[in-house]
Design a protein around this ligand. Structure first.
Ligand code: ASP
Length: 348
């Protein structure tokens, strides 16, 4: 099935900031955001689509290094308030934290039945060799694409970048330099743009008919990330795993979920679990999955009560914990749901 862009389609562009809409400012030459009319002027191709394209601009515009939970709430509310009026949404966002934002939004937007496409660029849209124009134009086309039965071709939170449509909560930023800045290490793209946009329909999730669209507005951000490395000290591990302010810790482990078996290390992990901390295991490898039953070094973590993050990215595990902990006071419920596939973010 080739999705069509119908003349009756409408797309809302939500412009939060990022390089795509920046220009070099005097006197220091640093890139700063400029207003949205400037972005649209640089992309006259958009007017060739027979569809309604409206925009909503954040004030102030931000470099995505300044993204906070309140930014995610603002994006979620903008989508909720305009949900019925548009066929799809394109979120223009800086690349630095785009994978975090797309991951969090994939959880906050419950019962999503329309496309929410995050995009941006490595070069400002006014630069001669910009990647911003093609990223924006293809994102708009995808956000308006429908199947012959009238339903959305894509009903997920995605990132479109360098000709590829990726599930947002599967992505990670892998390059500060190249146009293919994002990677979805453990699942293939949902679509690829060449002469036409080819959708991988078997992979695209469809909304369940009994779920109505709503947004989850409560996020609990009391999460720390512990990256295991040779030479890590008991003091560092203790500070992170037993810190009174953390409710959950993401442990970035070696390979398929392995960590030191030194008695001091395991005793801190066990103490943290006994204190009620939610500890999840995500691999620090660029691709692949956690399988704690594979090596004795992983098995000890499993036996201590550490949860598997399966093939989750760190960004997605963080987003899922923020969302689940915001929704549920009960840690057992959080743990139970963390190991389930909620939005296509893990394969078990
Ligand atoms: N620092 C910029 C941002 O994330 C980088 C970019 O947009 O590519 O907002």
């Amino acid at each position: 099935m080739t999705p069509l862009s119908s003349p009756k389609s409408s797309v809302l562009l939500i412009y939060t900031g990022g390089t795509i809409g920046m220009r070099a400012d005097s006197p220091d030459g640093a890139l700063r955001p400029f207003d949205f009319s400037g972005v649209l002027q640089e992309v006259p191709e958009l007017s060739k689509y027979a569809m309604k394209i409206d925009s909503l601009t954040f004030d102030p515009l931000i470099d995505s290094s300044d993204v906070e939970p309140s930014t995610w709430l603002d994006i979620a509310k903008a989508i909720r308030d305009n949900y019925d009026a548009y066929d799809g949404f394109v979120v223009l966002h800086g690349t630095d934290t785009m994978s975090y934002s797309a991951s969090v939004l994939s959880f906050m937007l419950e019962g999503l039945g329309k496309p929410v496409i995050f995009t941006g660029s490595q070069l400002p849209v006014g630069a001669p060799r910009t990647d911003g124009r093609e990223n924006l134009v293809s994102s708009v086309e995808i956000a308006s694409a429908k199947l012959p039965d009238g339903s959305a071709a894509v009903s997920e939170v995605c990132i479109f970048f360098d000709s590829k449509l990726l599930r947002g909560n599967r992505t990670t930023k892998i390059s500060a330099e190249r146009f293919d800045a994002f990677h979805s290490p453990n699942i293939p793209p949902l679509a690829e743009a060449g002469i036409s946009i080819q959708y991988n329909n078997a992979l695209i999730r469809r909304p369940s008919s009994d779920e109505r669209f709503s947004i989850s507005t409560s996020l609990d951000t009391r999460v720390s990330i512990l990256k295991i490395h040779p030479g890590i000290t008991p003091q560092v591990v203790r500070n992170i795993l037993l810190g009174p302010e953390t409710r959950a810790v993401i442990m970035e482990t070696y390979g398929s979920g392995n960590a030191p078996t030194a008695p001091w290390f395991m005793s801190i992990v066990k103490e943290a679990v006994a204190m009620g901390k939610i500890i999840v295991n995500v691999t620090q490898c660029g691709s692949g999955r956690v399988d704690m039953s594979r090596y004795a070094t992983g098995k000890t973590l499993l036996e201590a009560g550490v949860l598997s993050g399966y093939d989750s990215t760190t960004e997605s595990a963080l987003a899922k914990l923020f969302y689940l902990m915001g929704r549920y006071e009960n840690d057992e419920r959080v743990k139970e749901l963390f190991t389930q596939d909620l939005r296509g973010e893990i394969s078990k």
